[in-house]
Design a binder for this molecule. Structure first.
Ligand code: MN3
Length: 188
């Protein structure tokens, strides 16, 4: 099911414009949900699993639906996380970031560099392991770290549809502005 946005589409203005939010949630995310449902509807055992279970067992799924589940299930999971970590006011950050990245500024620099370096579409994310240690990762398309048993603490969508209306080819500007809307209490 498509989760409802936890705030108005304009909540992240001026950093993320309302039209992009609306298209991104109502069209792109909705399509991942619909396409995942369509892929698993004739596979009752798969349909009965949670999304996290499905992604963790991606390689065991029937080959005929694996690519559709990879792209649409990954997209579904990423976007469900993405909406919840925005709608905030940016600002200060947890001690874990200083501990594992040196400083918040260093995290931003490394994260934005990773996001900018991702050729084509993908995600820049901060992972958290079982011991609470944070690390940076970048993945193509909708490939989710859940597919290799890893957990995303927060991340940013660097597909062009996330920023093109407002930033066009200036992905670096989008990456820089995005930190202004991160919802740290939710991330924490
Ligand atoms: Mn997207």
């Amino acid at each position: 099911m498509l989760p409802t946005l936890p705030y108005a589409v304009s909540a992240n203005e001026p950093h993320i414009d309302a039209q992009t939010m609306e298209l991104h949630h109502d069209k792109h995310h909705a399509a991942y949900v619909a396409n995942l449902n369509a892929a698993v509807k004739d596979h009752l055992q798969v349909a009965a699993m949670t999304l996290t279970q499905i992604l963790a067992k991606l390689n065991e799924l029937p080959e005929t639906i694996r690519a559709a589940v990879r792209n649409n299930g990954g997209g579904y999971a990423y976007h469900s996380m993405f909406w919840t970590v925005m709608g905030g006011k940016g600002g200060d950050v947890a001690a874990a970031i200083t501990r594992d990245f040196g400083s918040f500024a260093q995290l931003k620099t490394d994260f934005n560099k990773a996001g900018l370096g991702q050729f084509g579409s993908g995600w820049a994310v901060v992972l958290v392991d079982g011991g609470g240690k944070l690390s940076l990762a970048v993945r193509p398309n909708q490939d989710s770290p859940l597919m290799d048993g890893k957990r995303v603490l927060f991340g940013n969508d660097v597909w062009e549809h996330a920023y093109y209306l407002k930033y066009q080819n200036r992905r670096a500007d989008y990456l820089a502005a995005w930190w202004n809307v991160v919802n740290w209490p939710i991330v924490a």
